[in-house]
Design a protein around this ligand. Structure first.
Ligand SMILES: O=C(O)c1cc(=O)[nH]c(=O)n1[C@@H]1O[C@H](COP(=O)(O)O)[C@@H](O)[C@H]1O
Length: 272
């Protein structure tokens, strides 16, 4: 998907919500466990219920890979089921030496037809650039993450006083453009979002950490909004496990709609 198409969908749906498909056999409603493919059945009903309120879906690949062949089949079926106008993110956090990265890229972009994949930049340029060689496909580089461990490396300063995450932003933005490179910036670090925005004014951010991890949508918008909106805000557990009974999909729809309405207010205030 091209950036203009994503921006047009954000305007049309008045939403910059990404629904995270972190689908866990231990958490889905028990009545689905008797179906042939419980993971796909759950995703299908969640997609039907939420597709009008979101502009992106993010299957977290770990939740599928841990089930082996069956999990991979559920992922393939999920990808076929997601409507074409919705941006897809393979949350796989890959990155390896060049030839290996290019096969990871083929897996997610060609075989599974994702629009984007999350990539850890620790191994440097040759581990990231193979993902940037695909037309209308995106790399989402981990920059400032939402977890406690972010403090271990990302804020470490070099001799000039620059934090590592800023170096990652500066360096990686030389490899791609705002048309094919996004950044992961956690909602739990609101002021950090402002710092990242100053360093990369034009790139989209994938912002996890609202909902179950406690980040605030208003803060994210205050610090991260740019002229393209520039934000895809993810919520996984807060939406997909909003209900536990037979009406789980309806509850997910209500949770997604509540966030979409807050996003609509933010977009309206910005004149969108
Ligand atoms: O890359 C990610 O998506 C990601 C980065 C990050 O810094 N923090 C983070 O929580 N995530 C992912 O975002 C999702 C958050 O899920 P919830 O906390 O349930 O909304 C999970 O799939 C995480 O793996």
């Amino acid at each position: 998907m091209k950036k203009e198409e994503l921006v047009a969908e954000i305007k049309r749906k008045q939403s910059f919500l990404c629904v995270g498909l972190d689908t866990d056999l231990n958490k889905i409603p028990k009545h689905l466990l008797d179906t042939e493919d419980p993971i796909f059945e759950f995703n299908k009903q969640i997609i039907d219920a939420t597709k009008d309120y979101c502009v992106a879906y993010k299957p977290n690949i770990a939740f599928y890979e841990c089930l082996g062949k069956k999990g991979w089949e559920s992922l393939e079926k999920t990808m076929e089921y997601i409507p074409e106008n919705i941006f897809t993110i393979a949350d796989a956090k890959r990155g390896d030496i060049g030839n290996t990265s290019s096969y990871y890229a083929k897996t997610f972009f060609e075989y599974l037809n994702f629009d984007s994949v999350t990539v850890a930049p620790y191994m440097g340029e040759d581990s990231v650039t193979p993902f940037l060689q695909f037309e209308d496909k995106w790399v989402i580089v981990l920059a400032l993450t939402s977890n406690a461990g972010a403090l271990d490396f990302q804020f470490v300063k070099d001799a000039q006083g620059e934090e590592l995450y800023k170096k990652v932003l500066r360096k990686t933005s030389e490899w791609g453009t705002p048309e094919n490179l996004m950044y992961v910036v956690g909602a739990t670090r609101a002021e950090g979002i402002g710092e990242v925005r100053k360093t990369v004014p034009n790139n989209f951010f994938l912002v996890p950490g609202v909902g179950a991890q406690g980040g605030s949508l208003e803060d994210v918008a205050q610090y991260g909004f740019n002229e393209d909106c520039g934000l895809l805000v993810n919520s996984s557990r807060g939406i997909i496990y909003a209900g536990q009974g037979e009406d789980f999909a309806q509850k997910a729809a209500e949770a997604a709609q509540a966030i979409q309405q807050d996003m609509h207010k933010i977009l309206q205030a910005k004149g969108w």
